[in-house]
Design a protein around this ligand. Structure first.
Ligand code: ZN
Length: 215
């Protein structure tokens, strides 16, 4: 299974990516987790990415794409497939990804666009807490950790990510509408796109994502 999940912050892309991994073996790849693993492994790309993040700047497309492609070439990903979560974020990244996939002779099965209103996003993201180490996301109301302030998976401290503070949620939505919404139009033209109402139970969204897919 080789898939891209597109949608605003808080729509549940991470949850669906985790379900896809459990049930199909496809590996979730998000730029955040890839950045963290390259930075922790102190690779050249990781160090370069960190220099931008430390200055509060966006990691340039070229570096992000190189990290993604490095992961897409990994034997495990070749064998089991992948679910891109939160990438590509811009039409430019989508074009670059297409080129790289074509070079590697990797064919995408589907691009699922999970769609919800801004109001739903704001309600969902308030209360999110993330793990400092593994990237797992919890919610103070809908998915609390078993022990307050600690990750169930790796025992690391949890924190309200800067991304999930109220004043940044509106800004993230603005950036999403400006940069990422055109990515949906881009894939619409490819015939791979499926639009899904993201304001439904997790299992309903999941069955719509995989409907009609094999492999
Ligand atoms: Zn963790």
């Amino acid at each position: 299974m080789r898939m891209i999940l597109v949608g605003p912050p808080g729509v549940g892309k991470g949850t669906q990516a985790a379900l896809l991994e459990q049930r199909t073996g496809a590996k979730p790849l998000s730029s955040g987790v890839i950045f963290r693993s390259e930075i922790e492994a102190e690779t050249d790309l990781g160090q370069l990415a960190k220099s931008y993040i430390d200055r509060g700047e966006l990691v340039p497309n070229g570096i992000t794409i190189q990290m993604m492609v490095k992961r897409l070439r990994a034997p495990e990903i070749r064998a089991k497939g992948f679910v891109l979560d939160g990438f590509p974020r811009t039409v430019r990244q989508a074009e670059a990804l297409d080129e790289e996939l074509a070079k590697e002779d990797i064919r995408l099965h589907r691009v699922a666009s999970l769609e919800v209103s801004d109001e739903v996003v704001v309600a969902r993201l308030g209360g999110r807490i993330g793990c400092t180490k593994c990237g797992e996301i919890y919610h103070q109301v809908t998915k609390p950790p078993k022990r307050e302030g600690l990750c169930d998976k790796c025992n690391s401290p949890l924190f309200v990510r800067k991304d999930d503070q109220p004043e940044t949620i509106r800004e993230r939505l603005r950036v999403f509408h400006e940069q990422t919404a055109p990515v949906v139009d881009y894939y619409e033209a490819s015939g791979l796109l499926k639009r899904i109402n993201g304001d439904q139970p997790t299992e309903t969204v999941y069955s719509e994502i995989v409907a009609g897919l094999t492999g």
